[in-house]
Design a protein around this ligand. Sequence first.
Ligand SMILES: Cc1cc2nc3c(=O)[nH]c(=O)nc-3n(C[C@H](O)[C@H](O)[C@H](O)COP(=O)(O)O)c2cc1C
Length: 187
Amino acid sequence: MTNQTMSLAEIITSRRTIHDFIKGQVPDKSVIKEALEMSCWAPNHHLTEPWHFYLLEKETINGICELNKDVLTESKGSDVAEKKTKRWMGIPGWLVVTCEKSNDELLYQENYAACCCVIQNLMLALWAKGIGTKWSTGPITREDRFYDLIWVNPDLENVVGLIWYGYPADIPQTLRKPLQQVLTELP
Ligand SMILES: Cc1cc2nc3c(=O)[nH]c(=O)nc-3n(C[C@H](O)[C@H](O)[C@H](O)COP(=O)(O)O)c2cc1C
């Protein structure tokens, strides 16, 4: 089955979180931008369109990898830090999705939900083109220095996810509970 022939059901059910990408194969930026444009058709209450995308290039990626190395060296030692940094440097594509903050708790909850929808749209749009993604919310994405590196004011925006993307070197398998375990039919 080629990507061109995948139905919506096949795209949704075959998409997996990709942990290993083919090194050196960076998807075309125009493809990413097209998928981002499509992903913005996500539902969003009051049409707040609360998302913002940060498409990262070498300088910022290197900064994040260095930051992660520093944090890991302190918490887990230099061997672990070196290994992880090498792995991170090999990830082809980096994108951050943020959500507009609000003091109104309900509004923020709904905005966050809309950002999650936008990310799922994005992951599916990319998967349909053979591009895999990993939505990461690791501790680094909550560091003040991470916000500095992406030039985001943490008082105004919240990082919803660091999205790694690229062509999959391996597609893992995951399972879902049978529907009857998560479905209650009411009279
Ligand atoms: C909000 C959110 C945060 C996630 N953060 C991480 C993460 O930090 N690290 C990771 O390996 N996967 C992360 N994932 C991916 C999930 O682990 C993954 O979706 C789950 O294992 C199911 O696998 P699948 O996406 O292949 O179906 C995250 C997913 C979501 C929705």
